[in-house]
Design a protein around this ligand. Structure first.
Ligand code: HAM
Length: 409
């Protein structure tokens, strides 16, 4: 039997209800904040991710679904959404137009990671990207938006916050950090030694305990911010305080993608095991110019839908629509006519097998219908339909014409 690939899941109807509930909730919040939907392709040129997410990142270095297509193009399945949205922003010349552009998106992302609970090779993100605002108020807006989405879904969280500095303060800090790494590189893991050259700040989120014990004494970027970055970070904390959004400063939060500067944040849950990050984002003011666009400030985030699905508190399911059943085969044509009329305004599910009334009532309950309506020999002869309201527990018989005239339903 052919099985789905490791780390790639089907979403069956029960799960899809959750998935759809999540999408509706998150999209409603995004629209209320003035964001518009954007859809970009699943497949992009590999160079896009090399130049944005960064060659030194694990995502590009180890995890890409990369191949040469039939036209000899080096392509890959998108490992994340930001790079594609920035490419579209530049390709459609929105950078030249100026002004503010706010997008949201959702869909499948692909990373060839080692699958485990909460870590898939094909997973889904809901993300937003905002272009054209350099005020730190927009960073706060992003965090408030994630908080609003999680609140609407009944999900608790911890928010981790850091500043990664900018082109003014990062180079001097990087030098200090490299000197620190060199002072102890005889005991560091191979990954950290490699990162010392490719992207030193990534050593700070090394998962190796021995390395982490040493980094307790490493210089912290947050103590070396330039005036502009420091003032933005202070303002951000003030806005979050004013909105009663609690946060923890995590000086090791460097994020696994190379494009960030200034604000970096992650929302984590303590209820889903080791893969605890449920959302991540930050500012990426240099990325648009790295991808040949006009320099444009930008900030965004993405939520991991599969991880959230575990945590969503679904509202109680309400009984909805009609279950329609025939007591005998001869009644089926009338049932189909009723279904056609009802569907112009509501859900109407037909059971084709003729069954006893008890079996039909059971069927209606199974699909959580509000009404169970049946036609049998008696109803056929009298030109009626029998209906039970499963919520109010009331039974009635109506003239069939009541249910076959669109104006009545
Ligand atoms: P990221 O932190 O790599 O950021 O991913 C965002 C979220 O996607 C994570 O917090 C996690 O919930 C989920 N996720 C990541 N990898 C997996 C996986 N293998 N299996 C299941 N869920 C996963 C980004 O992708 C950035 N593009 C976010 C962003 C948007 N920054 C600015 N704008």
């Amino acid at each position: 039997m052919i099985q789905s690939l490791r780390g790639m899941n089907d979403i069956l109807s029960n799960d899809y209800e959750r998935y759809e509930y999540f999408l509706n909730t998150a999209s409603t919040v995004a629209k209320r904040y003035g964001f518009h939907y954007i859809e970009t392709p699943l497949l992009e040129e590999t160079a896009l991710f090399k130049r944005s997410v960064g060659e030194s990142s694990d995502i590009v270095g180890k995890e890409m679904y990369q191949f040469t297509d039939k036209g000899d193009n080096d392509v890959c399945l998108r490992p994340e959404g930001t790079a594609g949205v920035v490419r579209a922003f530049v390709q459609h010349k929105l950078d030249k137009k100026g002004g503010i552009h706010r997008f949201y998106y959702h869909g499948a992302m692909f990373r060839y990671e080692r699958p485990q609970k909460g870590r898939l090779r094909q997973f889904h993100q809901f993300g937003v990207e905002s272009f054209g605002v350099d005020s730190v108020y927009e960073d706060a807006l992003m965090i408030m938006m994630v908080a609003d989405i999680l609140k609407a879904l009944g999900i608790g969280y911890r928010l981790k916050l850091n500043s990664l500095g900018d082109q003014h303060c990062m180079p001097a800090y990087r030098e200090k950090l490299v000197s620190f790494i060199e002072s102890c590189d005889d005991v560091l893991c191979d990954d950290c030694i490699r990162r010392k050259v490719t992207n030193p700040i990534r050593v700070l989120d090394c998962k190796n305990d021995a390395c982490q014990n040493l980094y307790v004494n490493a210089p912290k970027l947050i103590h070396h911010l330039c005036e502009g970055c420091q003032s933005d970070f202070d303002t951000l904390k003030e806005i979050l305080d004013n909105h009663a959004i609690a946060y923890e400063i995590d000086t090791n939060l460097v994020r696994g993608l190379d494009y960030y500067s200034k604000t970096a944040f992650e929302f984590v849950s303590d209820d889903i095991g080791s893969q605890s990050a449920i959302a991540g984002g930050g500012r990426y003011d240099r990325l648009i110019e790295f991808l040949d666009g006009k320099p444009t400030p930008a900030v965004g985030f993405a939520l991991g839908i599969e991880r959230l699905m575990e945590l969503i508190v679904m509202p109680e399911a309400v009984r909805e629509g009609y279950y329609l059943g025939a007591m005998d085969d001869e009644s089926l044509p009338q049932i189909l006519k009723v279904a056609e009329t009802l569907r112009s305004t509501q859900k109407a599910v037909v059971e084709y097998d003729s069954k006893s009334l008890k079996a039909h009532l059971k069927g209606a309950d199974r699909i959580n219908a509000r009404y169970c309506a049946v036609i049998g020999e008696n109803e056929r002869q009298e030109g009626t339909i029998w209906v039970k309201d499963l919520l109010e527990k009331q039974e009635s018989t109506f003239p069939l014409t009541h249910f076959t005239t669109k104006e009545n339903v």
